[in-house]
Design a protein around this ligand. Structure first.
Ligand SMILES: [Zn+2]
Length: 526
């Protein structure tokens, strides 16, 4: 049998590891590459195997860098397999894959808009315009946007056809995502399930995000048994809501021939999980005293629910003034519903603090879920102190921008950064400039940020709450290996920037493991 590393090798996105026996081809995850637009598009449009050869796809969890390419396979009739995941992952994918499709559709629309705009611009500058008058050209350029932020899709389509311009199609559409959802066959943790002619798999809780799993794959080839285990993304210990990473494996899964292990933070140590609540408390009290609003850009899946959990706990303990909390994101509302439907994934604390007292961790008197655009706009105008959670997590779009537009220039307010802000995102600029201004003692004029084409003073306080990472750090991943009792022959280190993976690999070797970092596209024999 062979294993081929077709994504998330020496990088963090595009997870896809192919396990091939003489009878089956199994994908462990089928995730999307993320990063620079053009490069990611090219990587994402290639599926390295013929769809009719793929037996099944085993999915570790619902993050897009692990599941985002599934619709590309299921939309081809030649794929006859299923997507096997936990129940909670399948439920979360219902919303996340459709959301991903919408992003693909709007990305394609934007690229097409740019193509048309560039073409009209060039026409305008050229001396010979055989098919179009200057007057019509001027009118068309004006009409490309129907509203400042909305593209005039039908006109863009018409012009692409009329001038025979290169049209970009979305990688997949909402209806492709809906078809993909029909291919899911959820399974329970710790019970083996048949996934191929000579393969079975057992899912174990990975503690990374609701529904996340490690997958142990048993392969019987020519009378020989091999075990391949895949960590997916490995969570932290003592995180709120979900259980810690599993460390009790069934007997038949204990001897592992190859462990495919993530290394996102293979060279880093996080702040401890327990420090979060006091910091959150401090920010709430300070902002309340200033009569301000706390704006929290948060990812809809995971981070939002953790924050709701902590806020609920602080409110139950009467530790903070009880300002209203608004969750202003339709996706976050749907995902929170999925969290509510899967108490089997909750840890002991969540049971003791909430469920045993008849409380839903995501429901309390001060919380309101804001679905409609109208209610969201009304919230922008509210003058009472409150907390609002909205997407997108890195402030690259979504409703958080409208809250910023109304409140960023007011020094009573706080922007609370709870997640990773990648380089070149608005979130990162706000974080860097805001913290620098704070450190200077807020001397002089506040820095300026650009929102919707205008400059705004960043007078709101910028605070960062670390420790929310959903990935175990170097020590936590080592702790998992030690406590798991697994007897491991070899470890393939994946899902990390190259330095993180190489450093974690060296650390594993020092700990006595045989470890290596595969390259993208590398195939090993077992
Ligand atoms: Zn993940």
């Amino acid at each position: 049998m062979r294993i081929s590393f077709q994504g998330a090798a020496r990088q963090v996105t595009g997870s896809l590891h192919a396990v091939m026996s003489d009878k089956d081809l199994i994908f462990l995850d089928c995730g999307m590459f993320q990063g620079k637009r053009q490069q990611s598009r090219e990587l994402n449009s290639v599926i390295p195997y013929d769809p009719d050869l793929i037996t099944n796809i085993l999915l570790s969890h619902a993050h897009i860098d692990h599941c985002g390419r599934i619709p590309l396979i299921t939309k081809q009739d030649r794929f006859t397999g299923h997507i096997i995941s936990t129940h909670a992952t399948a439920d979360a994918c219902k919303y996340l894959l459709k959301d991903s499709a919408k992003i693909q559709e709007s990305d394609a629309a934007y690229i097409n808009y740019k193509t048309v705009k560039r073409f009209l611009h060039e026409l305008d500058r050229s001396s010979s315009r055989p098919h179009i008058s200057r007057k019509e050209l001027k009118k068309l350029k004006k009409q490309l946007k129907s509203k400042p932020h909305r593209l005039n899709q039908s006109l863009i389509d018409e012009l692409l056809d009329r001038f025979n311009l290169n049209r970009i199609w979305p990688l997949y559409t909402t209806s492709d995502a809906e078809d993909a959802i029909d291919s899911f066959r959820p399974t329970n943790c710790t019970r083996p399930v048949r996934v191929g002619k000579n393969m079975s798999a057992t899912f174990y809780n990975a503690g990374h995000i609701l529904g996340s799993a490690m997958i142990s794959l048993q392969i019987n080839e020519n009378g020989k048994k091999k075990t391949v285990m895949y960590t997916g993304d490995l969570g932290r210990f003592d995180k709120p809501i979900i259980k810690d990473p599993n460390h009790q494996f069934n007997k038949e899964d204990k001897e592992v021939d190859l462990l495919i292990m993530e290394s996102t933070y293979g060279d880093r140590l996080h702040e401890p999980v327990v420090d979060l609540k006091p910091l959150l408390k401090e920010v709430i009290i300070e902002t309340f005293q200033r009569n301000g609003v706390i704006m929290i850009p948060a990812f809809s899946y995971g981070r939002t629910q953790e924050l709701i959990y902590y806020l609920h706990e602080l409110y139950l303990e009467n530790e903070v003034p009880k300002m209203p909390v608004y969750v202003d994101s339709p996706l976050a509302i749907n995902i929170t519903k999925v969290f509510g439907e899967h108490p089997e994934t909750y840890d002991q604390d969540t049971h003791e603090i909430f469920l045993e007292n008849g409380l839903n961790p995501f429901m309390f008197p001060e919380i309101q879920y804001v679905n409609s655009v109208q209610d969201s706009m009304n919230l922008n105008r509210s003058s009472e102190p409150h907390i609002v959670l909205a997407g997108s997590g890195m402030c690259e779009g979504g409703r958080i921008l409208h809250h910023f537009r109304h409140r960023i220039a007011d020094k009573r307010n706080t922007i609370l950064v709870v997640g990773y802000m990648a380089q070149h995102t608005l979130g990162r600029r706000i974080l860097d400039m805001g913290l620098e201004y704070e450190q200077s003692g807020r001397k002089g004029q506040p820095p300026e940020v650009r929102l919707y084409g205008s400059d705004y003073k960043l007078a709101a306080r910028v605070k960062r709450l670390g420790g929310f990472s959903a990935h175990g750090d170097k020590d936590e991943m080592t702790r998992f290996l030690k406590e798991s009792g697994l007897i491991i022959k070899r470890i393939a280190v994946v899902h990390g920037e190259e330095e993180q993976s190489l450093s974690f690999c060296r650390h594993l070797q020092k700990e006595g493991y045989q470890a290596f970092v595969p390259k993208h596209g590398e195939t090993i024999e077992m």
